[in-house]
Design a protein around this ligand. Structure first.
Ligand code: ATP
Length: 261
């Protein structure tokens, strides 16, 4: 595998059977169609495209939650079972009977890492990094939507993964929270440099957060664009002319790729 590529998909396709077997009709849905792509090591890559184009299916493939019908996926030996690959979905999916701290420490317990004090200390550290150490003892039902998402991020990062997969993690949040969590993601990435693949519908989010943007439509990657905006990135970049310029370029690419969102 090329040094700079952390994840490589080679001629990957996913076909789903759809329709009713009882009615005697089953169709094949080609969710991913012969995709070959590399995701850069220690960089943030965005997958953007219209609803139903295959973004989640591609992310599930990278997470090992879905097998390809054809083709291969190479994560250089990393896996979620070893805690090296972590994912965060749109719904935070925290265990409701466990406190925020217990939710964050759970992956360490499942992997058998450290004793209970080590795990508690590590989870407290992660809750601190998402500015939630003061609510460590609360249950998920006592947290706001934004707080739950931050706990999910802390839980995903507690095993120090090399790869973080994010499926529209901020989509259910209002604009203000979305921006704050985007900024938080940038901070966490700056400290840890995990390889990130972010599924989003949001052009501005892709412009602000990603190094590279892959446009996906009808199961195919139809364009891959290097984001020219400078690093380090902050929310304030949204107010700069060059941000508007790149936003316009990306919108045009999406329209011309028939991948408008
Ligand atoms: N388990 C499944 N069985 C049958 N079809 C599926 C299954 N999962 C996904 N599909 C189909 O595969 C295609 C791609 O779905 P996918 O969820 O990957 O799209 P998406 O780009 O993430 O959409 P959205 O942005 O709306 O979440 C869609 O046509 C969808 O209906």
């Amino acid at each position: 595998m090329n040094e700079a590529i952390a994840i490589r998909c080679d001629h990957v396709s996913v076909e789903f059977a759809s329709g009713s077997r009882f009615a005697g009709r089953t169709n094949v849905v080609q969710a991913i169609d012969d995709v070959s792509v590399g995701f850069a090591k220690s960089k943030i890559s965005a997958l953007i495209g219209p609803s139903g184009c295959g973004k989640t299916t591609l992310l599930r493939l990278l997470a090992g939650l879905q097998s390809p019908t054809f083709g291969t996926i190479d994560l250089g030996g990393l896996s979620s079972r070893g805690g090296e690959v972590a994912f965060v979905f749109q719904q935070p999916s925290l265990l409701p009977w466990r406190t925020a701290l217990e939710n964050v420490s759970l992956p360490l317990k499942l992997l058998g890492r450290g004793n209970s004090k080590d795990r508690r200390d590590r989870a407290t550290e992660l809750l601190k990094s998402v500015e939630l150490d003061d609510v460590a003892k609360r249950l998920p039902s006592q947290l706001s939507g934004g707080m739950k998402m931050r706990v999910s991020l802390a839980r995903a990062l507690v095993t120090e993964p090399s790869v973080l997969l994010l499926d529209e993690p901020f989509a259910a949040l209002d604009d203000m929270l979305r921006s704050q969590l985007g900024e938080l993601l940038l901070d966490l990435w700056r400290e840890r440099s995990f390889t990130t693949v972010l599924v989003t519908h949001n052009i501005a989010e892709a412009c602000l957060l990603a190094h590279q943007i892959h446009v996906i439509n009808r199961g195919k990657i139809v364009n891959s664009i290097d984001n020219p905006l400078p690093w380090p990135r902050h929310e304030s970049l949204r107010r700069e002319a060059r941000f508007g310029e790149f936003y316009g370029t990306l919108s045009d690419v999406l329209k011309n790729s028939d991948g408008c969102v």
